[in-house]
Design a protein around this ligand. Structure first.
Ligand code: ZN
Length: 457
């Protein structure tokens, strides 16, 4: 047993001040109370439940921030040219490389306040495109990386079958491909086994995108696939994808999904950037979730999600860091809100009738829909019987030390960054303290020598 005393902890209804949190040896909250008789660690900070990173492609961290030289201004550099660079990277990495890069990435996520990541994983096979003898070799490496970094992981192995709408996979996509639903289900089964290697790991499933699997196989995968796991899919990210879908499917992507699958509360639609009103309404009415990745969507020039319309229909959304050009959850929320402010010329874009505080509003969505993306149905911020996963902000930071309690959360969300944190706790244990991951030296050393070996930066 261990007890912490915090200056404040954030609950669904707001801050509770001067609170003791007692956890058992597994990090499960035993008691949250205002009094305490046991020894305790006094923390002069504000604890909020750890952020949920609902969309990650770990290997892409190896190229974060280095796709910004655009030598010829006359030639379009867009999502599709970026994707070519990403494909080249995907072809070069070994299982060890993937593990080192993912461990570094996940450690950095924890430092920024994420305590759980959904790994949308499609790099399945060896460099020649053959399955490893362990079908989930890379999934196992990702789980191992999460365990080393101290983050929880929901492994989401992806069904990826085609090169594009109606086209066979190209050689450079060879590491991604499952030829049939049966092959994909074998991969899913192997992935389930590797999630058993770490108590912080769980499983979800998904289809990479509508263009990546042929239509009858999407329908049969949804029909025969698990009914109790979160389902993730990239959708409607790029305008070209909408046009291709209209040509090939005679339908817009989300429209096709709504008409051909049982869209429900287990669905997590990644990006869903370009929607018409019937699609916005359909997603919200089905209780499906949208996963927004504002820093990556901005970096790739995707577009701006119609958040205000979605909100009016009661839509639910989470955040993810996708290509990992940004790892700061506060920044994801800000970019998301500011995009809405910029296109509406309003400031009250991030509220609803029940929550007038933008910081509290954005945080609640990101947390609760983020947990659903992981398969965690707990809607209580900190709850006895649940793991104690938190990011703690420094009560002596000037902007917090000078704020009234009612302004603390928005001060964190709208003016904070990682320097405002005291650390991150997962299962009741400090994984990052004073901005330093407990295994920083080893993880960073492995990462740098791996990247030097790949010779890509
Ligand atoms: Zn993605």
């Amino acid at each position: 047993m261990k007890t912490y005393k915090f200056k404040g902890i954030l609950q669904n209804h707001g801050w509770e001040e001067n609170v003791f949190v007692t956890v058992n040896d597994l990090g499960i909250i035993q008691k949250i109370s205002e009094d305490n008789s046991a020894d305790f660690e006094s923390v002069n900070g504000f604890a909020i439940p750890g952020f949920q990173n609902a969309h990650s492609h770990a290997f892409q961290y190896a190229m974060a921030g280095i796709a910004e030289r655009h030598e010829n201004a006359e030639v379009a550099d867009d999502f599709w040219t970026w994707r070519e660079a990403m494909y080249q990277l995907a072809l070069t990495m070994s299982p060890d490389d993937i593990e080192h890069v993912a461990t570094m990435l996940y450690a950095e996520m924890v430092r920024h306040g994420y305590t759980h990541v959904a790994e949308f994983h499609y790099l399945h096979h060896d460099k020649a495109g053959n399955p490893y003898s362990n079908l989930a070799e890379h999934g196992e490496r990702l789980v191992a990386a999460a365990k080393s970094a101290g983050i929880k992981i929901t492994l989401v192995p992806m069904f990826y079958q085609k090169g594009g709408f109606g086209t066979e996979p190209q050689p450079r996509q060879r590491r991604f491909i499952s030829p049939s639903p049966d092959a994909y289900f074998k991969l899913l089964e192997a992935s389930k086994r590797v999630t058993g290697l770490y108590s912080g790991a769980s499983l979800a499933f998904g289809i990479h995108s509508l263009r990546a699997v042929q239509q009858e196989d999407i329908v049969s995968t949804m029909h025969e696939g698990p009914k109790d796991l979160p389902f993730h899919i990239h959708i409607s990210e790029q305008l070209k994808e909408i046009e291709d879908a209209k040509t090939f499917l005679k339908s817009r992507p989300v429209e096709w999904l709504l008409n051909n699958t049982n869209v429900n509360t287990n669905f997590h639609l990644v990006h869903a950037t370009h929607l018409v009103e019937t699609e916005v309404n359909g997603i919200a009415a089905a209780g499906a979730h949208v996963v927004l990745c504002p820093s990556t969507e901005g970096n790739l020039g995707d577009g701006i999600f119609p958040l205000r319309d979605f909100q009016k229909k009661g839509g639910k959304w989470s955040i993810g860091t996708d290509s990992h050009v940004g790892l700061n959850p506060l920044e994801e929320l800000r970019i998301l809100d500011y995009g809405q402010r910029l296109i509406s010329h309003q400031r009250n874009t991030f509220i609803d009738s029940a929550e007038p505080d933008s910081g509290a509003f954005g945080y609640r969505h990101a947390l609760l829909a983020g947990r659903k993306a992981m398969g965690n149905k707990n809607e209580v911020y900190f709850k006895e019987g649940e793991p104690f996963d938190a990011v703690v902000y420094d009560a002596t930071a000037p902007l917090l030390a000078s704020s009234s309690i009612s302004n603390i959360l928005s001060a964190i969300i709208y003016s904070g960054d990682v320097t405002m944190t005291l650390g991150t706790v997962v299962n009741g244990e400090w994984i990052v303290k004073n901005n330093e991951h407990k295994l920083r030296e080893r993880i960073t050393g492995n990462f740098i020598s791996c990247i030097k070996g790949l010779n890509i930066r």
